[in-house]
Design a protein around this ligand. Structure first.
Ligand code: 5GP
Ligand code: MN
Length: 352
C-alpha cells in the first residue's frame, strides 16, 4: 500500500506532494477510515482553532465550515474559533456565521488546531499558511482524489458531502436549528438536492432529521440551489446554445471566454449549474464546461453519467474531484484543452 493510501486508514502524519499515479489507475474503491474522529476530544486542549476550506468555496464547503464553526463554538465556549474562506456567494448569507468568515487572511498566531475542510492543503489558497503553522491539523474531506494532509486525515470518499461527514461527527444533543441549516445546505449542494448517486439511504435519513429542526428548507433549496439571477440565466443560455457535441453525441463541451464573461459581467460563482445542465442533455455521458481565467488558461468542470470516471481524468491534469463530478485547470488554447480531454474521455468510454 502506498504511503498516501495508508494515511486514509491511519491516524498519522502524512504530507504528500506530486505522485498521483495510483489515482490514474484506480481512483474508486478506497476503503473506510478505521477510526471515528472525536472532534471535541481533539480540540479540548486548544485555545485557538482555525477552520478553512477550498478556494472558490461551494455550498458543501461553506456548509461544512460554518456547521463545524458553530458546533465548536457551542461546545467549547472558552475557545477562540475562526473561519477563513475566499468570499462565498451571497446566496449563503443566511447561514449563521456567514458574516464572521474572514476573507482577508490576516497574519495570525499559529492555531492549536486547524481544520482543512472539503479539500487537501493544496487547495486552501491563502489559508495554507495557517495550515503550515498550526500545531495540530485535521483534514476532513470526501474527495476520492485527496491524498490527505495533516496530523489526522479523516477522508471518506464514499460519503456524499463533507457536510454529511461533519454531521456524523457531531453529538446529536448539541445540534440546533442553525447548525442543521448549515449542514443541510451543504448536503443539498453536493448531492444536487439528493439527486446524484452519492446520495445514500443514510443521507436521506440525515436529511429527514435535519429538516425536523424547522428551518425553511424549501426556500433554502430554491434560493441557494435553483434560483439564478437574470444575467446568470442569460449566460447559461448562451453556454447551452454554443455547446458542441462530440464522440457521437456522448460528450458535450461549452466554453466561455473572458470577453463573454466581461460582457455579461459574471464571475466564476455565476457559472455554477451550467455543467450540470449540459450533463442533463439526453444521450450525454460526459459534459465539459470551461471558462477562461487568463490568457491560455481555463478552469474545467467535468460531469458524467455512469460510464466516465471524471475524477481520474481531472487528476491526470492536476485537478481532482469525484467519479461523477470533477475539475481541473488547464493551460493552452480551448482546442488544445478539449483535444487532450477528449482523448481521455474516449478511453474511459471504451472501458465501459
Ligand atoms: P466543479 O466542477 O463544481 O468546480 O468541481 C466539481 C468537484 O471537483 C468538486 O467536488 C470540486 O471540489 C472538485 N474540484 C474541482 N476542481 C478541482 C481541482 O482543481 N482540484 C481538485 N483536487 N478538485 C477539484
Ligand atoms: Mn464537497
Amino acid at each position: 500500500m502506498s504511503e498516501r493510501a495508508k494515511c486514509l486508514f491511519q491516524r498519522k502524519k502524512c504530507e504528500f506532494t506530486g505522485d498521483v499515479n495510483h489515482l490514474r489507475k484506480s481512483p474508486v474503491g478506497r476503503n473506510e477510515v478505521n477510526f471515528m474522529l472525536n472532534l471535541l476530544e481533539e480540540c479540548k486542549e486548544a485555545g485557538r482553532i482555525g477552520i478553512s476550506g477550498h478556494i472558490r468555496p461551494d455550498g458543501d464547503c461553506v456548509g461544512a465550515c460554518l456547521g463545524l464553526w458553530q458546533y465548536l463554538k457551542k461546545c467549547l465556549p472558552q475557545t477562540h474559533v475562526r473561519v477563513f474562506l475566499e468570499k462565498p456567494a451571497d446566496i449563503f448569507n443566511e447561514i449563521k456565521g456567514f458574516d464572521e468568515i474572514d476573507s482577508e487572511f490576516p497574519e495570525e498566531e499559529p492555531f492549536d488546531v486547524f481544520f482543512v475542510m472539503d479539500c487537501g492543503a493544496d487547495r486552501l489558497g491563502e489559508a495554507e499558511k495557517y495550515f503550515k503553522a498550526a500545531v495540530k491539523t485535521i483534514n476532513i474531506d470526501h474527495h476520492i482524489s485527496n491524498p490527505g494532509c495533516g496530523t489526522i486525515c479523516y477522508i471518506k470518499p464514499q460519503v456524499g458531502s463533507s457536510s454529511e461527514l461533519v454531521y456524523d461527527l457531531m453529538e446529536e444533543g448539541m445540534m440546533d436549528r442553525d447548525i442543521a441549516m448549515a449542514i443541510y445546505i451543504g448536503i443539498i449542494h453536493d448531492t444536487g438536492v439528493f439527486q446524484y448517486s452519492n446520495t445514500s439511504p443514510a443521507t436521506m435519513e440525515k436529511g429527514a432529521k435535519l429538516i425536523r429542526y424547522g428551518f425553511d428548507f424549501p426556500r433554502m433549496i430554491r434560493e441557494t440551489f435553483y434560483q439564478k439571477t437574470y444575467l446568470q440565466a442569460q449566460v447559461m443560455g448562451r453556454a447551452l446554445m454554443e455547446s458542441i457535441r462530440f464522440l457521437d453525441g456522448q460528450c458535450i463541451v461549452s466554453v466561455l471566454d473572458k470577453k463573454a464573461m466581461d460582457f455579461y459581467n459574471v464571475e466564476s460563482q455565476d457559472l455554477d449549474g451550467i455543467v450540470n445542465q449540459l450533463r442533463n442533455i439526453k444521450g450525454v455521458e460526459c459534459a465539459v464546461f470551461m471558462y477562461q481565467t487568463a490568457t491560455l488558461e481555463y478552469r474545467v468542470s467535468l460531469r458524467s453519467g455512469e460510464r466516465v470516471n471524471v475524477a481520474a481524468i481531472a487528476s491526470f491534469f492536476g485537478g481532482g474531484g469525484h467519479a461523477r463530478a470533477a475539475g481541473c485547470t488547464m493551460k493552452g488554447t480551448f482546442h488544445d484543452c478539449i483535444n487532450n480531454l477528449s482523448l481521455h474521455i474516449e478511453q474511459e468510454l471504451l472501458k465501459s
